[in-house]
Design a protein around this ligand. Structure first.
Ligand code: ATP
Ligand code: ZN
Length: 292
């Protein structure tokens, strides 16, 4: 019987969340402490633990069928190797969010990307940065660095940087000012090419589970008591809810119990609005798995 391999980051920002996502899809692995290969038990999907930068190439070379990696890295490798193609993004994932931003020294007079025409820009994403800047008609001299990009302006080796940012703390610590966001990235699940029929069938089973997990993550099960005359209003206030279940309350004619699955994020503001519309005893619960 055939098996498929998923490559995930061995240790870094995406590691724990990638592994936990696969585990929530019901995959279990026989762990080996130092080895890069974990054998899948019960379900024929094995794990490869590697550096994130290697994942797109492994997919393109057919070393593995699936990989979880940041869109930034997938785009970079595709632009560098295939003129922007070769990998297929199967699902965007809800972690690993960051932005690729241009940043300049605090005292720089630059106010937009256009002001960086002809400037030296340090980055670990040369192909992606060149591509994004050229879309804006900006041509820059790329200084490629594998890491510590943020110190390049201070060292005088670059005038600006294009680097990944999530909070901006690193930029501030290095006296840099974020000039412009040029790309937004999240982690995503990729495949490298055409699969044989039996591997595709396996992938389809895995994707069905993954969709169940991803939909469940975004969903909440809400239970509340609603005045009969407010049921319509209250249902409309529930984000992404369809056809709630109504149950009678023993000994209470005025109110009913209303249960619904909300498929969109439920904020405190929603709960406040529900209360203002007459809802009481509001209970919000996580949804673990969901199959339509
Ligand atoms: P490896 O040793 O596997 O090469 P790395 O140091 O290149 O690891 P990490 O810093 O763990 O990689 O980042 C992995 C991915 O996490 C990035 O490619 C990006 O998609 C995402 N990410 C999210 N937030 C940030 C951030 N603030 N800085 C850098 N990457 C981020
Ligand atoms: Zn890396």
């Amino acid at each position: 019987m055939s098996r498929i391999r998923v490559a995930i980051q061995k240790s870094g920002r995406l590691s724990d969340k990638s592994l936990s996502l696969l585990q929530r899809c019901g995959l279990e692995f026989a762990r080996s402490k130092d080895k890069l290969f974990w054998y899948g038990q019960d379900f024929p999907v094995d794990l490869l633990l590697v550096r994130d930068d290697d994942i797109p190439r492994m997919l393109l070379d057919g070393v593995c069928e699936l990989g979880i990696v940041g869109q930034n890295i997938a785009e970079e490798v595709m632009l560098e190797r295939n003129g922007g193609s070769g990998l297929q993004e199967l699902r965007k994932l809800r972690f690993g969010g960051c932005r690729l931003s241009l940043a300049v020294p605090e005292d720089s007079s630059a106010s937009s990307a256009a002001d960086l025409n002809g400037a030296r820009i340090a980055t670990s994403y040369p192909a992606l940065t060149t591509h994004l800047l050229s879309e804006q008609g900006v041509s820059a001299k790329i200084v490629e660095l594998a890491g510590s990009v943020e110190i390049a302006p201070g060292l005088g080796t670059a005038d600006a940087i294009a680097d990944l940012v999530s909070t901006g703390t690193t930029l501030r610590a290095n006296h840099l000012r974020e000039l412009e966001v040029i790309y937004r990235s999240t982690a995503a699940l990729y495949t490298g090419g055409q699969l044989s029929a039996d591997k595709q069938a396996l992938l389809d089973r895995l994707l069905l589970r993954l969709d169940g997990v991803l939909h469940a993550e975004a969903s909440k099960y809400v239970m509340l008591h609603a005045p009969r005359e407010a049921v319509q209003t209250i249902t409309e206030l529930l984000p992404g809810a369809e056809e709630p279940t109504l149950l009678t309350l023993d000994g209470n004619q005025e109110k009913v119990a209303l249960h619904a699955v909300c498929r969109e994020t439920l904020f405190w503001e929603h709960l406040e609005a529900l209360k203002a519309a007459g809802a009481s005893a509001i209970l919000v619960m996580p949804v673990e798995k969901m199959l339509a």
